[in-house]
Design a protein around this ligand. Sequence first.
Ligand code: SF4
Length: 76
Amino acid sequence: METDANVFSNNEITVTFEPCLCIHAGKCAQELSEVFRTSVIPWINLEGSETARVIQQIKRCPSGALKFHYNKKEAV
Ligand code: SF4
């Protein structure tokens, strides 16, 4: 089980951040500051934008530090 402080979920996706890979290009915080916040903890606020926009931004991360996957649907 992941208990990493760099794992963030909403009800659709889970976002992970790997600090060792981040090259601090600042692209995420500059382009989507409602979600990627540099001065607040927790620094990723998935409530700040729509999931599709968050995914779009994660794909722009030049280092691969930000990743996401879709949450598994709960079995019924
Ligand atoms: S876009 Fe990626 S490499 Fe740039 S600051 Fe954000 S996490 Fe780090």
